[in-house]
Design a protein around this ligand. Structure first.
Ligand SMILES: C[S@@+](CC[C@H](N)C(=O)[O-])C[C@H]1O[C@@H](n2cnc3c(N)ncnc32)[C@H](O)[C@@H]1O
Length: 234
């Protein structure tokens, strides 16, 4: 990692991380998802969209095998470096790729993701790594759909998907797709989240898609984020 790309160091719990100018920053939701995931020491785990590798470090230290993927090569490199800083050896298990693409026939006990899901009309696209870390396509569902459409092929019996999901991205559709695949779906946590700068640029579009799911307080908008768990019944 080049020195110029390093933005700052940050400490979370007893761990230290480097952030990178071209990788999505870890936020409250990153840790909320990591906290919600129940692991066993024997688990084989996949994270889709590792970002800086913060959740990867917390989960990777507890399980037998950890795999990660990100479309951004800077995120893959940051995750490997942050693993090294925190004594978690990701070896050759973090890949550049699109969702399940590097794992054609591999199955996991746990798959988790905090995918890009900001509803983004073409006119508001930002063609850089931070933009692509947030851009979920017109309805916010482009990467969510890729993850849920193939999840049953990559879960072991008894295995679970944990997915961070904005309410504004049509949670009902996701639950239906997963239930149609015979997965048992539950909501394990939720928070109210303030829309950030990128979201604010898209506020007219988001309001058109899901105005009843936004709460306005002064100049600020808030929306709900859920963590859903979908289990492939053994
Ligand atoms: C919202 S960020 C989350 C990063 C990190 N997991 C976290 O919670 O802080 C989404 C991440 O997914 C990656 N990503 C976007 N599309 C992807 C795809 N199709 N396959 C794999 N990773 C993807 C982005 O590069 C970004 O690092």
């Amino acid at each position: 990692m080049s020195i110029e790309a390093i933005k700052h160091l940050f400490i979370t719990g007893d761990k230290i991380f480097l952030s990178h100018s071209e990788v999505h920053e870890a936020r409250e939701d990153t840790l909320l998802l990591a906290d919600a995931i129940q692991t066993e020491p024997t688990d084989v785990v996949l994270e889709i969209g590792v970002g800086l590798g913060v959740a990867a470090v917390f989960i990777g230290q507890k399980v037998k095998e950890f795999y990660g993927v990100d479309i951004n090569k800077n995120a893959v490199m940051s995750t490997i470096v942050n693993g090294y800083l925190n004594d978690v050896d990701f070896k050759d298990n973090i890949f550049v790729g699109d969702c399940y693409e590097p794992f054609s026939n591999k199955k996991f006990d746990i798959i988790y993701s905090n995918p890009p899901q900001l509803p983004t009309p073409q006119s508001k696209e930002r063609n850089n790594w931070i933009g692509w870390a947030n851009n979920g396509g017109n309805l916010g569902r482009d990467v969510i759909d890729k993850i849920i459409n193939d999840v049953d092929k990559h879960l072991n019996p008894g295995g679970s998907l944990y997915l961070m999901h904005f309410e504004i991205c049509n949670l009902e559709t996701t639950v239906k797709v997963l239930e149609d695949k015979q997965l048992k779906v539950e909501i394990v946590n939720s928070i109210e989240n303030q829309l950030g700068k990128l979201s604010f640029e898209r506020i007219d579009h988001i309001t058109n898609c899901a105005c009843d799911m936004l709460k306005k307080d002064g100049d600020n908008y808030y929306h709900k984020i859920f963590i859903i768990k979908a289990t492939k019944v053994a």
